[in-house]
Design a protein around this ligand. Sequence first.
Ligand SMILES: [Zn+2]
Length: 333
Amino acid sequence: MKTHSFLAFAASVLILCTTALAQTPGDIDSHIAIAKTAAGQEFRGTFVNLCLPAGAPAGARGAGARGAGGAPATPDRAGWYAAPYKVFDNLYWLGTRQHSSWALPTSEGIIVIDTNFSWAIEPEIVEGLTKLRLNPRDIKYVIISHAHGDHDQGAALLQSRYGAKVVMGAPDWEATLQRPANAAGGVPKRDITVAPEGMKLALGDTAINIIATPGHTPGTLSYVFPVKDQGKTVMVAYSGGTLTGAFGTNGAKWDEYIASQKKIAKAAADAGASVILSNHSEYDGAYTRARLVGVKRETGEEHPFILGADVVQRYFTVMAECASASKLRVGAK
Ligand SMILES: [Zn+2]
């Protein structure tokens, strides 16, 4: 290579490298800008936690809550207890102030979605159902969005005491069955395993479309299902796992998470879902919204959980765009 052509080549490499370096922060910023716009007023908490580096570190939340090890001490009840609420004609909120569980009564029994910590199962789910004049003995299925202690520690009790069948994604069953027998809340026996292609779970007059959305955990499940608002059918999209895991520079893991958000977003759009639910109040505002359901609606005011199909889509845009920004930020390939 002659000197001048080598210099020209070197200069062009330098320009290419500089361009590539200059583009990365811009791309991060543009993903964050899209996510921020999509978040609007409704999903500020989700945006802050997922998009901003100073927010919760990936995978940190709930880490201390996972099922391995002995039973955690029950935290001060004043910091978490919340009364149960009827949210739709056939959907009941049974959460603590931080974590949500839901009961979906059908013509053939009750489906419980997520079960909270072991110390919350009696006051929130068993007593909560009873307060709402529902019978815990009618629980037929317990669907676990993902196998972290803040959502699954109550599953074994509902299974052993009431004969409920526990439903989980295949990889999360594997993780659960590895737990020691003295894990907080105990270890449920394997009942129903959801494969990557998902499944329809029908009970009486109600069917839940269960969608495998790996990302937060390898077996995370999300759902689309109908509820009734004063007799009118309303479709719900339920996001089963929010924070990105400790993916590091593993680009395939980031891509899997992002693809899952697009998958549940499409299922939600196809069904016309106008409600977005989560298993953490900070993401869907369940603790506050559940109280607002009982307030008389003014003319033209919608049910507090009905946000509209476009707003539901914006939620998943926040998740996918924040993950895209984070993937670039950590230099994942
Ligand atoms: Zn989790």
